[in-house]
Design a protein around this ligand. Structure first.
Ligand code: GRG
Length: 324
């Protein structure tokens, strides 16, 4: 296995082949737009890497990898609609650039295009991939619903929260790894362990996303900083800060998270200060490390070469030190 750059290159070529501008333009243009904004291509790279590391030609995994990237981009379009987010990857969101209905329909078409890509595989593999995909997509939906519910729920626990991010984000990373193993016809143990690696890494990744939403660099993060605070999201940071607060501080935090001021600048400043002073920021960073280490522990169970293990280790490390 060479460096991981080759995977993004191959994926881009395949994407350009499959995702073309055609009539009706208003359906396909937003699809081309969102996928052309790039992003880290994390999920497809994991699929290609996983296939390669289990000794199969990684190009065989290109349709599955692109299906995952299309699904991810579809979910971003719909998530941005639900959050009324203005920015994605540093550019206008689809519903902002066009309109709500365009975002809904182009998103729907992306989900179908993703399913269609599994038709590139023979029946048994098609069934295994489609089964994993459907199960994962449904969990993503459930995670999203928990996330929405938590905005108005006042007693969200850390375990509620971890379950929510597990479903909303982590299972897709697990599925990305496992799809590579399925395409490579790897053993059942390898499929399970690669899924667990991706899933633990996914929890660490979403916790990092929450951290960056508060403390990231607006120039590189590509989303509005403080977006979760504006939307009154009960993230790991909020729950920890709440747990570490006195009764009067709890009342204050609850009040802050029941309001949606027109200008949120002051609210964001106050909440970030609470996160820092309560120790929530430090505890979040510790939890990111804990899940990354959990992922790395699973790596030792994988039947892969030391060189490939090293590549996965450094992949996880880079991900956790990211600023995008
Ligand atoms: C599954 C039918 C169905 C509906 C989807 C909208 C929705 C329901 C779910 C939202 C899921 C979601 C957007 C989760 C957030 C995951 C996340 C961490 C996104 C950011 O991922 P990055 O950083 O993004 O990999 P880039 O831009 O690099 O691709």
């Amino acid at each position: 296995m060479q460096g991981i750059e080759k995977y993004s290159g191959s994926l881009q070529n395949y994407l350009d082949e499959v995702i073309t501008l055609k009539e009706p333009i208003r359906l396909y243009e937003p699809i081309k737009y969102i996928v052309s904004l790039g992003g880290k291509r994390l999920r497809p790279v994991l699929t290609l890497l996983s296939c390669d590391m289990f000794n199969s030609d990684y190009k065989n995994a290109l349709p599955a990898a692109l299906a995952l990237e299309l699904f991810h981009n579809f979910s971003l379009i719909h998530d941005d609609i639900m959050d009324e987010a203005p920015l994605r990857r540093g550019k206008e969101t689809v519903h902002q650039k066009w309109n709500l209905n365009t975002g809904i329909l182009s998103g729907d078409a992306m989900l179908i295009l993703a399913y269609q890509l599994f038709e590139e595989y023979e029946p048994t593999m098609f069934r295994d991939l489609a089964k994993l995909f459907s199960k994962t997509a449904l969990q993503v939906c459930e995670g999203q619903q928990y996330d929405v519910d938590f905005e108005t729920k006042t007693d969200v626990t850390i375990s509620d929260y971890i379950k929510m991010i597990d479903y909303k984000t982590a299972v897709l990373l697990g599925a990305s790894m496992k799809m590579g193993a399925i395409v490579a016809n790897a053993s059942e143990d390898c499929k399970t362990n690669s899924y667990d690696f991706g899933r633990n890494l996914g929890i660490a990744f979403q916790l990092q996303d929450d951290y960056l939403d508060c403390f990231g660099n607006p120039e590189t993060f590509g989303k509005q900083i403080g977006g979760d605070i504006i939307a009154n999201k009960k993230t790991f940071l909020y729950i920890k800060a709440f747990q570490n607060s006195s009764d009067s501080e709890k009342i204050y935090l609850e009040k802050l998270f029941s309001e949606k001021p027109k200008d949120p600048t002051e609210k964001i400043k106050v909440v970030l200060d609470i996160y820092n002073k309560s120790g929530a920021t430090q505890e979040t960073l510790k939890e990111i490390l804990r899940y990354t280490q959990k992922a790395n522990k699973v790596l030792n169970k994988l039947d892969i070469s030391d060189k490939n293990r090293e590549i996965l280790l450094s992949f996880g490390e880079k991900l956790m030190n990211r600023n995008v």
